[in-house]
Design a protein around this ligand. Structure first.
Ligand code: SF4
Length: 445
C-alpha cells in the first residue's frame, strides 16, 4: 500500500504526502501507462517516497525477489576520439598524455583472462578512433570469438557503429549501411549492443554538450537495425548536466515508443493485448505494457533468445553525470536523492523495458543496494577495468581497477532483502560449479 493510503496522523508521513500523485498511484496499480505530464509530476513532487514505493511495486510485480548480477569484464580498446564532448573525461587526442590503443593481441589476452576469471560477457566500448580501419573491429570480434568462443561480446555504442559505417565507406547508405556494418560485426562474433551514447535526446542539449555526436533519430536507427538482425540492445540516459528534468522525461518517452515499435508486431503475433496510449506528441498509438499484473512474465511476455530472432531493448541504465575533469567541471553532480528518483521514474515510465539497472560502478555498491528497493532489478557485474567514468578517480588519469567479487555482489543483494541470480547478457539464469568458477551453463529451469 502506498503512503497515500496510510493514516497521516498515526504514521507521521503527512509532510511527504502529495495528493496530486493519487491518479498516478491508481494508474500504476491498474497497469495503465503513465503520460508525459505524469512523468513531470513524478519529478516535481516532494513526495519522493511515494514515487519510490510505486517503482518498487512495479519492480516486484515484474521480478519478485530476484535481483540480477553477472560475471563480466569491461574493455575500453582505445580512448582516442575524434570528438570532444563537453561532459566526457574519457577521451584523449592523439599524442596527448594518457592516450592509448590496445592491439588485437592484447584484446585476445583480455578475453582469455576474462574466461579464466569465469566471465560470461565482455563489454567493449571506445572512442571514435580517427585512423583505425574497419578490419580492426571485425578482427577484434573474430579474435575474441576464437580465443573465447563462449564469451558473449556486447560491444560498440550507436555512435561507434555510425563511425564504423563512415570509415567502411557505408556512411552515405544511411540505414542500409548501418545494418550491413552490424551484420558484418554479428557474423564476426558480436552478440549484442550496450546502451551508451544516448545521453539526453534533445537537440538543444545535444548542440550545447555533445555537438558532432549523432542525434536521437540516428541512435535509434542503429538499435532498430540491430533488433532486425536479432541482436538485443540496451539503453541509457546520462542525466544531471545541462538538461532539464522535463527533457529526461521526453527521452524516456522516446525510448518507450521505440520499444513499442520493436515489440508491437511480435506481441500481436503472440496474442498479447496492446494498450491505447498517446505518444510524446500527444498522438494516439498502441502500447506494449510489460509492467501490469499479467502472469507469465518474462517468459511469455518477451521474445526469448532460444526461440525468436527478434531483438529488443533489454535494460535502461540511468547514468549520473560526473563533472570531474570534464569541460563541465563547474557543474555540480546530481545528488543521491536525484539519482534515486531518476531511477524510480525510469522504472515507472519505461513500462515496456524488462530491466532497470543500478550500475554499481557509477552509483556505488551501497547506493545500488538502495536502488534495488526502489525500482532496480540488476546491479551489473564484476567488471574489473572501467575507464569511462570513475566513481573513485585516480590522480594521473590511468585506467582505474574497479572490481568486486561475486561474493560481494551476492552479499550486497542479500543484505538488501533480495535473492541474487546470476544472469548471462541475455538475462538467462546461469548455473555454476561451486568448485570451478569457469564451469558454467545456462540454467534449464
Ligand atoms: S563521449 Fe564518446 S564520442 Fe564523446 S568525446 Fe567521449 S568518447 Fe568521444
Amino acid at each position: 500500500m502506498s503512503t497515500l493510503h496510510l493514516d497521516p496522523v498515526t504514521t507521521g508521513v503527512l509532510p511527504r504526502v502529495d495528493s496530486r500523485l493519487k491518479a498516478i498511484d491508481e494508474k500504476v496499480r491498474a497497469g495503465v501507462r503513465l503520460t508525459e505530464a505524469d512523468g513531470n509530476l513524478l519529478y516535481q513532487t516532494p513526495d519522493i517516497w511515494t514515487v519510490c514505493s510505486l517503482a518498487d511495486l512495479v519492480r516486484r510485480r515484474m521480478h519478485g525477489d530476484i535481483a540480477y548480477y553477472n560475471v563480466n569484464r569491461h574493455l575500453n580498446y582505445s580512448n582516442i576520439c575524434a570528438l570532444s564532448c563537453k561532459f566526457c573525461a574519457f577521451y584523449r587526442k592523439k599524442d596527448e598524455d594518457g592516450a592509448y590503443e590496445h592491439s588485437l593481441e592484447q584484446i585476445a589476452e583480455e578475453a582469455r583472462n576474462a574466461v579464466s576469471g569465469g566471465a560470461t560477457e565482455i563489454h567493449i566500448v571506445g572512442g571514435l578512433h580517427p585512423w583505425l580501419g574497419f578490419d580492426y573491429y571485425t578482427d577484434m570480434m573474430r579474435i575474441i570469438h576464437d580465443a573465447a568462443p563462449r564469451l558473449h561480446i556486447k560491444a560498440f555504442t550507436a555512435v561507434e557503429i555510425v563511425h564504423l559505417a563512415r570509415i567502411s565507406k557505408r556512411g552515405k547508405e544511411g540505414y542500409d549501411g548501418i545494418k550491413s556494418v552490424l551484420k558484418d560485426l554479428k557474423d564476426a562474433g558480436l552478440g549484442s549492443l550496450p546502451g551508451g551514447g544516448a545521453e539526453v535526446f534533445d537537440d538543444r542539449v545535444h548542440d550545447e554538450a555533445y555537438k558532432g555526436k549523432i542525434k536521437a533519430r540516428q541512435w535509434m536507427e542503429v538499435h532498430q537495425a540491430a533488433h532486425e538482425l536479432g541482436l538485443n540492445t540496451n539503453a541509457t540516459i546520462l542525466y544531471g548536466h545541462i538538461e532539464q528534468r522535463s527533457e529526461r522525461i521526453t527521452h524516456m518517452m522516446l525510448l518507450r515508443e521505440e520499444q513499442d515499435r520493436t515489440l508491437k508486431q511480435w506481441a500481436s503475433d503472440q496474442g498479447i493485448a496492446l494498450q491505447a496510449a498517446a505518444d510524446h506528441q500527444g498522438m494516439e498509438t498502441e502500447a506494449v505494457v510489460l509492467s501490469g499484473e499479467d502472469a507469465g512474465y518474462p517468459d511469455e511476455r518477451l521474445p526469448m533468445p532460444e526461440t525468436c530472432d527478434a531483438g529488443y531493448y533489454q535494460t535502461i541504465t540511468p547514468l549520473p553525470f560526473f563533472p570531474d575533469k570534464s569541460e563541465l567541471e563547474h557543474l555540480p553532480a546530481p545528488t543521491g536523492l536525484e539519482n534515486l528518483r531518476t531511477l524510480a521514474i525510469c522504472r515507472l515510465m519505461l513500462d515496456n523495458f524488462p530491466h532497470v539497472k543500478a550500475f554499481w560502478i557509477m552509483q556505488s555498491l551501497e547506493m545500488a543496494q538502495f536502488m534495488l528497493l526502489n525500482g532496480a532489478d540488476d546491479i551489473d557485474g564484476t567488471v574489473v577495468w572501467y575507464d569511462i567514468t570513475k566513481l573513485i578517480s585516480d590522480s594521473d588519469g590511468d585506467p582505474t581497477h574497479q572490481e568486486t567479487g561475486v561474493w560481494d555482489l551476492q552479499k550486497a543483494i542479500r543484505d538488501a532483502g533480495f535473492r541474487p541470480v546470476e544472469r548471462d547478457t541475455l538475462y538467462r539464469p546461469v548455473e555454476r560449479d561451486p568448485d570451478n568458477a569457469t564451469d558454467w551453463r545456462i540454467a534449464t529451469t
